[in-house]
Design a protein around this ligand. Structure first.
Ligand SMILES: Cc1cc2nc3c(=O)[nH]c(=O)nc-3n(C[C@H](O)[C@H](O)[C@H](O)COP(=O)(O)OP(=O)(O)OC[C@H]3O[C@@H](n4cnc5c(N)ncnc54)[C@H](O)[C@@H]3O)c2cc1C
Length: 423
């Protein structure tokens, strides 16, 4: 059947990239977005400081990918971050990562990271692997931040095998950048081509994909028809609150959804009257319960003194269950790291972004569980009946899942699949 009309569900990075490619090929595209804005997990906060605060994606992980042309086309400026600006707190000491590298204390942890992609052992979590190697507690804490939190989870959930073959995986790169302008600026060249196709507040409740045309039913009652549909909702939405698929998704797709991780997590951005951390500090990997902090203002030339606290996976679940005041909790952790209640005394204001509570995202980003195999991502990405196509960061097959560029590449891959059917 010739495909002429396509509905793209979701206006995050994947949906925008898919729609832009289809529009440029002359297909008739309609985009349906449940929220009131484009960007999905790329979102920022204005007015809290004298620069935009990223609540979702914040870093560009390497430039040898589809983001480079978007950086150029959007005119966005990048700020390079090197590990020379990272710090580690362990055994009551705050030391630079460079200092820690030169010493013996964390050498096992650094070796572990360097050799991750060569892992060929059993279907273990990173935590099982660390325990089996009798690594000291401070190595565990560093790895929990460096690997667990960076993958949006905790070491008891992150699978070792997922690293194998990920030679070009963003996580293993040291080349990271933040964007001086809001990150969403990188998506502007895509958005400019499809803005007038997006229907905001359009919640897809049901998707019929076996008839001569696909039928997409909105929560408001309206039905739309198209020759093909590209679905870009997150794997956590597919797992916990998917639209009703008719017919039901096949067993391999359901198995894939259940075998790819995506955990909850939150960012708290805190503003202080003065800076009490080292001037050059960007990242802080800490052995406190709250594992990771960073300075979102580094390199931006703003006046505001900010720290972002990030927690994910089972630790984020635990904190949520405790029902403690999360800002107070994070301030207590900073007081413990920097001493003399300095964080609490200089605290001005905070903003909490809890992605677990976002009904159309339901977590941070996908990661490999111990049992995740390449076939699971392939099954998640596989199209159904030449009518229903899947994109979104979790469907990336090139080792870039969990990133903005992985999402964009997945959107383009799904658009290519649709166009292959259109010919
Ligand atoms: C806190 C945080 C930090 C991150 N940091 C980084 C980083 O530094 N660097 C990086 O590269 N990546 C980072 N990421 C990951 C990156 O943001 C995502 O991989 C990427 O944005 C995902 O894009 P997507 O299009 O696949 O999904 P999404 O952005 O989730 O887009 C899917 C869209 O579909 C919509 N939708 C879902 N269900 C429905 C429905 N039923 N009807 C209609 N619409 C629906 C949603 O509202 C959403 O807008 C981070 C993510 C988070 C949350």
């Amino acid at each position: 059947m010739r495909i002429g009309s396509v509905i793209v569900i979701g206006a995050g990075a994947a949906g925008l990239a898919a729609a832009e490619r289809l529009v440029s090929q002359g297909l008739q595209v309609t985009m349906l977005e449940a929220s009131d804005r484009a960007g999905g997990r790329v979102r920022h906060l204005e007015g809290f400081a004298d620069f935009a605060i990223e609540l979702g994606a914040e870093e560009v992980h390497g430039l040898e990918n589809c983001l480079l042309p978007l950086v150029k086309a959007s005119g966005a400026e990048l700020i390079r971050h090197e590990s020379a600006h990272d710090y580690i707190r362990y055994d009551g000491k705050l030391v630079s990562l460079e200092q820690a590298r030169a010493g013996e204390d964390l050498s096992e942890a650094f070796d572990f990271v360097a050799n991750l992609s060569r892992f060929t052992g059993p279907a273990w979590t990173v935590e099982q692997c660390i325990v089996a190697r009798h690594m000291p507690g401070h190595a565990w804490h560093y790895l929990d931040s460096r690997l667990g939190v960076e993958h949006g989870t905790t070491l008891d959930r992150l699978g070792m095998r997922g690293f194998a073959g990920y030679e070009r995986n963003w996580q293993l790169r040291e080349e990271n950048y933040t964007v001086r302008q809001p990150y969403v600026r990188l998506l502007d060249p895509l958005l400019a081509k499809v803005r007038d196709r997006i229907h905001f507040g359009a919640i897809v409740a049901r998707l019929e994909w076996s008839g001569p045309q696909a039928v997409v039913c909105l929560a408001g009652g309206e039905d739309l028809r198209a020759d093909a549909v590209i679905y870009t909702g997150s794997v956590a939405v597919l797992r916990d609150a998917p639209p009703e698929f008719s017919p039901l998704l096949p067993a391999e797709k359901c198995e894939a959804i259940g075998n790819i991780g995506m955990d909850g997590g939150m960012k708290i951005v805190m503003r202080f009257r003065r800076r009490f951390w080292p001037e050059d500090m960007y990242f802080l990997h800490s052995d406190t319960f709250w594992p990771q902090f960073w300075n979102p203002g580094r390199g931006r030339g703003g006046q505001a003194h900010l720290l972002t606290a990030f927690v994910s996976g089972t630790r984020a679940d635990f904190l949520r269950q405790l029902e403690v005041d999360l800002v107070e909790f994070a301030l207590g952790e900073l007081d413990r790291i920097f001493g003399e209640r300095i964080a609490s005394q200089n605290y001005e204001d905070a903003y909490l972004a809890d992605w677990t509570r976002e009904p159309f995202v339901r977590g941070l980003y996908s990661f490999p569980l111990a049992q995740t195999e390449p076939r699971h991502r392939e099954a998640l990405a596989a199209s159904l009946g030449g009518k229903l196509f899947f994109a979104g960061e979790a469907t990336d097959l090139e080792g870039h899942s969990g990133t903005v560029h992985g999402a964009i590449e997945s959107g383009r891959r799904a658009a290519n699949e649709v166009m292959a059917c259109a010919r």
